[in-house]
Design a protein around this ligand. Sequence first.
Ligand SMILES: [Zn+2]
Length: 123
Amino acid sequence: MLKEKNPNQIKPTELKRLGDTGFRISWKDKHISEYAFSYLRRLCPCAGCSTVRNNGQDVHSLFSRIEVGNPSEIDVKQDICAVEIDLVGRYAVRFRWNDGHNSGIYTFEYLRQICPQSQNEEL
Ligand SMILES: [Zn+2]
């Protein structure tokens, strides 16, 4: 189970595309997260991808926390890349992928939870 974070710590101060390979977020608490596009695509938070990662079980209910499931269930192209990255309000980003998929809204809270650099970090 992923830990709850203090909301003040999950405000980004900078969002930066890293060429065709990934995306970096600098956070208010000075933490820096770097995500490969393939990693983000596999962890797409949309209902369809969540269901695939959880073996057909729909976990996208208002009453359940987001469970990441098994990212390797998602088929990802070798050259997966974000075609467009848009801000959604002030709370999320949306990636439009070069495989045509774009239904995932990645909230900053979710992005911080899946940060590859904070798996063992105590906040
Ligand atoms: Zn998706």
